[in-house]
Design a binder for this molecule. Structure first.
Ligand code: ADP
Ligand code: MG
Length: 554
């Protein structure tokens, strides 16, 4: 098989502008997801697209990359709103704008999120300066339109993102009013997780001879779930690293692969696990052949017990069997899930495939279950009490094994000496306590991980979505803290974990992704703790320098 994974060749082959391919590569995307591979070429041709794929499958880039390509292809002197993206919620407006900003960084495309609750003044100023892309919630967009502060007459590209949710939220009329302000000569893309009759009606109204791109109907890949225990845990994003650590402690795998979606995530997670005392190594397309070989050798020899990898890097890997596969995210295609899980339970052996799902990814998981005909059990992340019990059980087994092996002879004298002063049972208990502590790996700090709400299984065909939603409630709980020191100051993730855990008084396990750039760093923490952590870090020095923390602006 071909293993040229040094660049995002898959994206290049779709015909995208080199700087957009570069942005995708820089984000660690190694290949397009199925919805991206199917819709990007069609959108680049200028056709309208009706795209359907489950949540978490990369629909944002599916419309955003062609949108940016179009802006890059014909740059004009004066800035006007050329692309208009409508989304149902403010969280999504922020998220999608952020994504467009990242994908278009090298093009210097300017993007403005517009949503209610944000200062109107700020939006007005930005609009006056001129922007290429507006990402808006329908209500706020309409406000601007009515005030004459948003000019949509130059829009070439309209996107209705998460259209099913927009309908659910009662935005149909707003959409109508907004569409009336748009040129009829334009390209339109509609993306949705479901295809209800209402979505089809919407498509008829706003799209012109659209190409249908449906990903949910992916054929079930071959391969049977032999003796693999498949479990999924719903965890909010800020707690994912902690949840993974908890599972690693509970499961005590002999060898494990942790799959992530991007290179960046692989690198960050490897660092995070390392900082918490696990022997983890990164494997992704950004490594040289030599580096890959070294990583794999150490993994095979069991010098490292955890391999953190992207799908592409792990494909065709010559690793016979691992005891555990962890999905750090729900994979974006059913195929990827089946491939990943196929790494364990080989040759009739037992294996476990454990998946962390963010609340919003649950439907994707149910989709995988249904289409790939799997039974994935939903469980709660083991609690601290579970972990302690498990450790005790492991210690007990270890002691029993030692007793069975016999030969406690050389410790006998010591025990007899102690027994002249202490009770035998107490001596044994103290010895077990010490053994226990060894198992707890230097008393890693432990946090309770809040249980996220597990969604009821979706109805067979269409979900019924009348119930109120708390969209983004999960993702919204993370805050990013900006730290004014980076790589050039010698900052490492462990420094930040240490400072934040010590000074901020939160457990290191509650710290999310850590991103260290040359001159600054970004750390994700639970939003509720952010202010306190920032206040505490104001007076903290690391490597002799002040951290200068502040909340990262979106
Ligand atoms: P959707 O809109 O379908 O719910 P998103 O666009 O929000 O999905 O993407 C879900 C996640 O997948 C995001 O974190 C995004 O960065 C990531 N992602 C998107 N495309 C790719 C890719 N080609 N490779 C790896 N990760 C990707
Ligand atoms: Mg989306």
């Amino acid at each position: 098989m071909t293993t040229d994974i040094s660049s995002s060749r898959g994206f290049e082959a779709l015909g995208l502008h080199p700087s957009i391919v570069a942005a995708a590569t820089a984000l660690g995307y190694e290949e397009p997801t199925p919805i991206q591979a199917a819709s990007i070429p069609v959108l680049l041709e200028g056709r309208d697209v009706l795209g359907q794929a489950a949540t978490g499958t990369g629909k944002t880039a599916a419309f955003a990359l062609p949108l940016l390509h179009r802006i890059a292809a014909s740059r004009e002197g004066e800035r006007r709103v050329r692309a208009f993206v409508l989304v149902p919620t403010r969280e999504l407006a922020m998220q999608v704008a952020e994504a467009v900003h990242k994908y278009g960084r090298e093009l210097h495309a300017s993007v403005l999120p517009i949503y209610g609750g944000q200062s109107m003044q700020q939006q007005l100023r930005a609009l006056r300066r001129g922007v290429d892309v507006v990402v808006a919630t329908p209500g706020r967009a309409l406000d601007h339109l009515n005030r004459g502060t948003l000019d949509l007459s130059g829009v070439e590209y309209l996107v209705l993102d998460e259209a099913d949710e927009m309908l659910d939220m009662g935005f149909a009329e707003d959409l109508e009013a907004l569409a009336a302000a748009l040129p009829t000569e334009r390209q339109t893309a509609l993306f949705s997780a479901t295809l209800s009759p209402r979505i089809k009606a919407l498509t008829k109204k706003y799209l012109r001879e659209p190409v249908n791109v449906q990903i949910a109907a992916e054929a079930p890949a071959a391969g049977k779930a032999a003796r693999v225990r498949e479990v999924a845990y719903v965890v909010q994003r800020p707690y994912k690293a902690a949840a993974l650590a908890r599972l690693l402690d509970m499961e005590d795998p002999t060898s494990a692969i942790v799959f992530c979606r991007t290179r960046t995530e692989v690198d960050e997670l490897t660092e995070t696990l390392g900082a918490r005392g696990y022997q983890a190594e990164a494997l992704h397309g950004g490594l040289s052949q030599e580096q890959r070989d070294r990583v794999l050798r150490r993994f095979r020899e069991n010098t490292s017990e955890i391999l953190v990898a992207t799908d592409v890097a792990a494909r065709g890997l010559d690793i016979e069997h691992v005891s555990h596969v962890f999905n750090y995210d729900v994979p974006s295609s059913i195929d990827a899930y089946v491939h990943r899980v196929g790494r364990t339970g080989r040759a009739g052996r037992e294996g476990a495939a454990l998946t962390l799902a963010e609340p919003r990814e649950q439907r994707l998981l149910q989709n995988i279950e249904r289409v790939a005909k799997r039974k994935i059990r939903m469980e709660s992340i083991p609690t601290l009490t579970d972990l302690r019990e498990r450790r005790l059980a492991m210690t007990r087994t270890a002691v029993e094994d030692a007793l069975r092996e016999g030969e406690p002879g050389k410790y006998r004298t010591l025990v007899e000496a102690l027994a002249t002063e202490h009770d035998l049972v107490e001596i044994a208990a103290a010895a077990i306590k010490l053994a226990e502590q060894g198992r707890a790996d230097g008393e890693r700090e432990e946090v309770e991980i809040p249980t996220a709400r597990i969604a009821p299984a979706a109805p067979k065909h269409e979900r019924d979505r009348k119930a109120p939603r708390a969209r983004g409630g999960g993702d919204g709980d993370v805050a990013k803290i900006y730290i004014g020191l980076g790589r050039s100051a010698g900052i490492r993730p462990a420094d930040l974990v240490g400072a934040i855990a010590n000074e901020g008084g939160i457990s290191s396990n509650a710290i999310g992704a850590i991103d260290i750039a040359d001159r600054f760093s970004l750390v994700e923490v639970p939003a509720a703790d952010a202010n306190r952590i920032i206040a505490a870090l104001r007076n903290t020095m690391v490597r002799g320098k002040p951290l200068r923390p502040r909340r990262d602006r979106m």
